[in-house]
Write a protein that binds this ligand. Structure first.
Ligand SMILES: Nc1ncnc2c1ncn2[C@@H]1O[C@H](COP(=O)(O)OP(=O)(O)OP(=O)(O)O)[C@@H](O)[C@H]1O
Length: 247
């Protein structure tokens, strides 16, 4: 039986073990008719090692939040700390370094480089980050997701599930503390999606990675230890399961 905590989590001072601490987080973009307020003062804390399912209607701001947490967009207001870094205060170079060192991302579209093999797709970013053993680590990561026999294949020669597994290997090869996944099974059939999710949950458990998983699949969200629901740029529900994999 699930124990549901119906009250939102404490919005007080961040705990030392919080990997993510967003306070009054705001994100606006310029629209034709003036600014569009996408995140409207959102508070969220996620502890190290937690798994969180992020759900909510289309357009509620889930992907925008993920982009801010990844350091791919900058907040328009409020405070955002991820892995002890003040993302709101960082310039482009510092954000690029933050992404390399702290974040892995898996999107619905796989975003592999079509002119590079699976091995190169995983190894090259690691090599850019200065890892001398980039190709060895990339090969190990690809083997872990069951692609040891596809190292030299180009994305166009891989199935959708294989491409997503390669993208997952790329996301976790540097063992980042935070894994962000935006509808990672959205382009896959049910069985292949289940395989990919099994890999994601298995990897995060082995590596102790914090996981934020955006999904429209309630059952998938429930597999996370905690489910956060967004509506209209705010968090409207935040509940935890006792005994879930996220704690
Ligand atoms: N660059 C932009 N310019 C204008 N509007 C934007 C921009 N980026 C996002 N939006 C709008 O902000 C809102 C939130 O978008 P976002 O992609 O974060 O929602 P979402 O909850 O992830 O939706 P979905 O479940 O459909 O992926 C949407 O209404 C979207 O159209």
């Amino acid at each position: 039986m699930d124990a549901i905590a119906s009250e939102p989590r404490s919005l007080g001072a961040g705990l030392a073990e919080d990997l993510i601490a967003a306070t009054d987080l705001r994100f606006s973009v310029a629209g034709a008719a003036g600014p569009v307020n996408i995140l409207r003062g959102l508070d969220l804390r996620i502890g190290r090692g937690e798994a969180v399912g992020l759900v909510g209607p289309s357009g509620s701001g889930k992907t925008s939040l993920l982009m801010l947490l990844a350091g791919l967009e900058k907040p328009s207001g409020g405070a955002l700390r991820v892995a002890d870094q003040d993302l709101a205060a960082m310039g482009e170079d510092a954000l690029a370094r933050f992404r390399r060192e702290h974040v892995g991302i898996v999107f619905q579209a796989f975003h592999l480089v079509p002119t590079m093999t699976a091995l190169e797709n995983v190894a090259v970013p690691l090599e850019f980050a200065g890892r001398a053993d980039a190709f060895d680590r990339a090969e190990a990561a690809l083997r872990e997701v069951g692609l040891g026999h596809r190292l030299g294949h180009y994305p166009g020669q891989l199935s959708g599930g294989e491409q997503q597994r390669a993208a997952l290997a790329r996301a976790v090869v540097a063992e980042p503390p935070l894994l962000l996944a935006d509808e990672p099974t959205g382009n896959l059939d049910r069985g292949t999606g289940a395989q990919v999710m099994g890999l994601i949950f298995g990897l995060r458990e082995r590596l102790g990675t914090t996981l934020l998983l955006i999904t429209h699949d309630p059952a998938l969200a429930e597999r996370c230890g905690r489910v956060v629901r967004m509506e209209d740029g705010l968090i409207v529900e935040d509940r935890e399961r006792s005994g879930g994999p996220g704690r």
